[in-house]
Design a protein around this ligand. Sequence first.
Ligand code: ZN
Length: 281
Amino acid sequence: MSNVVKASLHNHSIYSGNSASQRCTLERMIEKAFDVDLQILAITDNNSDRSIDLILANSSKMKYSITDFDDRGIIINKKEHELCLIRGAEIFTDKGHILSIGHEGKMCFNKKHDLFDILGEIKDRGGLAIPAHILHTQIGGMKKETLLEIIDYIDAVETFNAYNIKVFPRMIDATRFNLLAKKFSQEYHIPGIASSDSHHIDQIDRAYVLFNKDKLNYSSGKKFVDSIRTSLQNNEFKNYESYVPKVEIMRWILSININPIKKVKNLTNLLRKELLGYFVN
Ligand SMILES: [Zn+2]
């Protein structure tokens, strides 16, 4: 593809409501996106889509200029480099996690979302609906039967999640969920995207989607999101995939709680879940 743009579509900031992403301030994420030459960045916090509004509210303090914006996205410039920051959220539903990318207006979040209500809302607001880390049910991925129920209402599925790795020897090898997701995407002819699911600044370009810039329409937020949807439908994209290194996963696990007792508890829980997964699977 000529004139390629890099789009990282699944990333967490400090507004994800947990301490795991505590170092991912919006300013640092934007800075990092410029450093690694990303052109499109969606911040998809857990049950929150307010990052764009916060950036606009604090734009006078930003060291980069915002050259255009609407309700779905903003264009930030650093000299000749242009970054399109898209509104997004990772929504926890009763049937699993789903990304909403580029929807119009702030969504209303609560503690428990009905998957079908959320799908209706994403569609009404013109966003892209993309189930995250599918088939890996231990971390909120949807089951195959759920995906088949909603397949006509989603724009793509995540077929590569950079966190789906094998953390410990002899334990569940989560890379196989990426393989299963790809198989699902191929079998049911639904576009499959790669994403970082970043919880640390250094991870935002671990995995991303490459689009042809000539196929994207930057004239409005709506047209931009619609052109991404069309590129996905027409298979006019490629994925870049690399895994988060084990050492970073360990650092992430250890960063979840500052309290050392809680750290030990977290690790014990993880080991128990992994062992359970190993024996079940
Ligand atoms: Zn996520």
